[in-house]
Design a protein around this ligand. Structure first.
Ligand SMILES: Cc1ncc(COP(=O)(O)O)c(C=O)c1O
Length: 389
């Protein structure tokens, strides 16, 4: 397959393409959709074959026997991340937003503080607040457009009412791959404030050359308070299958989580499990390697284009296909630069403030689309901000 192929996703119940007019006022006719995090590519053939096999069989009953699925997860984590996972550690949730809310429900109480390093993936705050817990925003400082941790400053902000920290690793948005030293600092922060550490590693396969993702599970002295979350869905572009893994090595935490899963009546979706099992394979791995070469090319073209527009600056992406662009240098209000992007450039993006403190002067652009669309987006942005040249 070629990542260059333009696939028209309009009229397919695609949130990304079919909701952009309603949500962002970007016309369906000739708008470019660069918001929500799914890619405009088909998954690898092994995943297509698995779905086709289900359709050919044509009976869609309850799923049973998750041994193959768990073995595929073990294989992937060992081969791609050097992380050994035991089958009994793995819980399957209805995606990782659901996994996050299950963790909040299991390990915190109403009114508790849940710490986020912001700006960060917006659904975390949404589910924390919906569950009647409090979001404790710890804003990350920027150094040359790259987010850093401010553990010392954040230590002083904790008041003892916080019971959980949700880390995004690699980070969305901003694209940081946290270093071992940074992960050790995060672990120390969680221990010091007695926080359960939920490490959302959904972007862990989408890492660019020169960077290496380290699973939080590889950091010493954190296992007794650590919940890992991973999924096939970002990596293979199968987010509609809504399946994710919550992986807990600590037996006591696991017992508590298992009890909540049982109480919520959670059971897996057969499409999700069969697609994920097919994806975590040597064929899937080769596809991801090709994907990353393509995305690396997109990242370079997009960054080079943004760098030519005075006042705009894109974060140096170390991972993810979500480019975080600052408009601070334009001197415009958020309404003005957002309006120019959605109305003049006709591009749907995610608004920075939805990611929490520190996101005010940013828009997030999804660059996982055929290269021709990246070229088109850059050309439209140059026009929309042409008066700044
Ligand atoms: C950090 C992070 N976690 C979770 C999700 C969504 O997970 P799911 O679709 O499995 O609910 C996203 C989607 O962009 C994400 O960026």
């Amino acid at each position: 397959m070629s990542f260059d192929e333009i696939i028209d996703r309009r009229g397919t119940h695609s949130a990304k393409w079919d909701m952009m007019e309603t949500l962002y006022g970007v016309p369906a006719k000739d708008g470019l959709s660069m918001w929500v995090a799914d890619m405009d590519f088909r998954p690898p053939q092994c995943v297509q074959d698995a779905v086709q096999g289900m359709a050919d069989h044509g009976v869609y009953g309850y799923f049973g026997g998750d041994g193959e699925y768990k073995a595929a997860i073990q294989w992937w984590m060992e081969n791609r991340h050097g992380w050994q996972v035991q089958p009994e550690w793995i819980f399957t949730t209805h995606g990782l937003v659901n996994g996050t809310s299950m963790c909040i429900d299991t390990f915190t109480a109403p009114g508790d503080g849940v710490v986020l390093f912001t700006p960060v993936y917006h659904a975390f705050a949404r589910v924390i607040e919906a569950a009647g817990r409090r979001v404790v925003e710890c804003e990350m400082p920027l150094a040359d457009g790259r987010y850093e941790l401010d553990i010392e400053g954040w230590n002083a902000r904790m008041d003892g009412s916080e019971t959980m920290l949700i880390l995004c690793s690699p980070h969305n948005p901003g694209g940081r791959v946290w270093t071992r030293t940074e992960l050790e600092q995060v672990a120390e922060f969680a221990r010091r404030h007695d926080l359960i550490l939920v490490s959302d590693e959904i972007h862990h396969d989408l890492v660019y050359p020169g960077h290496r993702h380290i699973p939080m599970a590889h950091i010493d002295g954190i296992a007794d308070r650590l919940v890992m979350m991973t999924a096939t869905t970002k990596t293979f572009n199968i987010a509609g299958s809504h399946v994710g893994n919550v992986i807990i090595s600590d037996p006591a935490l696991r017992t508590r989580f298992a009890a909540r899963m049982a109480a919520m009546g959670m059971s897996p979706n057969s499409f999700g499990l069969i697609m994920a099992t097919a994806a975590y394979s040597p064929e899937g791995a080769a596809w991801v390697d090709d994907l990353m070469v393509y995305l690396d090319g997109n990242r370079k073209v997009f960054d080079a284009g943004i760098a030519q527009i005075p006042g705009l600056a894109s974060a140096p992406l170390e991972a993810t296909y979500l480019s975080w662009v600052s408009f601070e240098g334009t001197g415009m209000t958020p309404e003005e630069f957002t309006g120019r992007v959605s109305k003049e450039a006709r591009i749907a993006t995610n608004a920075g403030p939805t990611f929490g403190k520190g996101g005010e002067s940013f828009l997030r652009f999804n660059i996982a689309t055929p290269r021709a669309r990246i070229d088109e987006a850059v050309a439209r942005l140059k026009d929309a901000f042409g008066d700044l040249q």
